[in-house]
Design a protein around this ligand. Structure first.
Ligand SMILES: Cc1ncc(COP(=O)(O)O)c(C=O)c1O
Length: 444
């Protein structure tokens, strides 16, 4: 079994996991980093690869959940960080690097008139929702079933309903709180709609007329595998939100400066009111941002009444890393190359699934995508969640034990091709995948 093979080749990793688990819950910094019986503990990383404590090399397609767009330990970014560290890492005062990075992001996202930096995606979405509420004077928040926008109370709702019964009616899904400790009253304000469902959206906008401040939407879903928007969906969303006076927030934390140079706003040609960014813009350091219409952003303190604070906000270390990443590494040609490799991987995976004869499909957008163990292409989380979890588990451990981290350790994650991956990496991964999927079929 592949799980046994993984355990057999990771004795030092197992020892470290036991040490970590004694002092850190689960031995990990975030639940998503855990898998059974223990995750890889990393000794080194370079480009498209990470090495565990036992010296095993893995081709990494998780890439820190898409954040490492430039690859691990990119030398240009490493140098920018080292140079900045010599001049200071935290000032608690502004520095011009933040303005430089803000201008670079605005170049890519012309709809961002003004921007504020955070440390993470969860802060970006949390502050964007607060701003939307402040600007509209309304409390209601609409979000998509199965969409993850970070773990803040207001948005950690229906991020992954396990069954159709729990999820509730298709037209008006149930708001399900996803963590102990979140006040039950949260669901009073957070309403759920399915992805790619304009009818459901209109239904809720009408039902909660004059109560909804914003619709927060990942324009291409990445928490159910990759689920691209159906043709006309985003245009319909833009029209309906305008019609009902609801602010449209694009959560581009994972896909921003990732699926295209100018992210989803550029790729799909839609202008949201606010955009949340993180991951790729930080060049591998903890950075997030939210920005958009000037009249909205001018409501942020000290200009307006909506508070946004943070000791580490816009610190020179993350600003330098982000600036080096976006200006010196991730030029337009890098996005074309990632798209090309993404298309090669998607086509290769499709051909393998056909040859092996598995009830699975491939969903892909630019450099992000993966295998879904459902026979029909899913258009929303419910359809993706019907995938065969046992097949996915065998596939995931099979890849891992052969030196590939195909994605984060959950079926709803995806491949993230970076600027460091090469054609040879894709070829090698496809060869391994064919072996693994044959094994998956045998075990089914
Ligand atoms: C779409 C989306 N929004 C928000 C977040 C939260 O970002 P962070 O983990 O930086 O807090 C994530 C994290 O993966 C995400 O994928």
């Amino acid at each position: 079994m592949s799980l046994d093979a993984y355990v057999a080749r990771t004795p030092l990793t197992a020892k470290e996991a036991a040490r970590a688990q004694a002092i850190i819950p689960g031995g990990v910094g975030s639940a998503i980093q855990f898998w059974s019986p223990y995750p890889i503990y990393v000794k080194d990383s370079q480009g498209a690869y990470v090495w565990d404590l036992d010296g095993n090399r893995y081709t990494d397609y998780c890439m820190c959940y898409a954040a490492m767009v430039a690859g691990h330990a990119n030398p240009i970014i490493a140098e920018a960080i080292a140079e900045q560290a010599k001049k200071g890492t935290l000032y608690g005062l502004p520095s011009p690097t933040a303005t430089d990075l803000a201008e670079e992001i605005q170049k890519r996202y012309p709809s961002i008139d003004m921007i504020r930096f955070t440390q993470s995606g969860v802060e970006a979405t949390m502050y964007a929702v607060r701003l939307a509420r402040a600007a509209t004077g309304k409390l209601g928040v609409l979000k998509v079933e199965g969409a993850y926008h970070g773990a803040s109370d207001i948005l950690l709702v229906s991020t992954g309903p396990r069954t159709i019964e729990a999820a509730g009616p298709a037209l008006e899904p149930t708001s399900l709180i996803d963590s102990a400790g979140i006040p039950p009253g949260t669901t009073e304000h957070t309403h759920i709609v399915q992805f790619n469902d304009l009818e459901g959206l209109e239904h809720l906008l009408e039902k909660y007329k004059d109560q909804i401040a914003c619709f927060i939407l990942e324009p291409c879903m990445t928490n159910g595998g990759v689920i691209p928007p159906d043709s006309g969906y985003l245009e319909g969303v833009r029209e309906l939100t305008r019609q009902y006076g609801v602010l449209l927030i694009f959560d581009e934390v994972k896909i921003g400066a990732r699926i295209a140079y100018g992210g989803a706003a550029e790729k799909y040609g839609i202008k949201p009111d606010l955009i949340c960014l993180a991951k790729a813009i930080g060049g591998g350091t903890p950075l997030g941002a939210f920005g958009g219409r000037r009249d909205l952003m001018e409501m942020i303190s000290p200009l307006g009444p909506a508070v946004h604070y943070g000791t580490y906000n816009a610190n020179p270390l993350t600003m330098s890393a982000g600036l080096a990443c976006l200006t010196s590494v991730m030029t337009r040609d890098k996005y074309e190359e990632m798209d090309r490799l993404g298309a090669k991987m998607a086509a290769g995976l499709k051909a393998i699934i056909e040859r092996v004869g598995l009830p699975a499909c491939v969903t892909w957008e630019g450099p992000l995508g993966g295998i879904q163990f459902v026979p029909e292409t899913p258009h929303n989380y419910r359809q993706a969640n019907m995938g065969n979890k046992e097949m996915w588990t065998n596939y995931w451990y099979g890849m891992l034990s052969r030196g590939v981290i195909p994605m984060g350790s959950a079926w709803f994650e995806e491949y993230s091709i970076s600027a460091a991956h090469t054609e040879a990496d894709i070829d090698e991964t496809l060869n391994i995948t064919e072996d693994v999927l044959n094994e998956v079929k045998r075990l089914a």
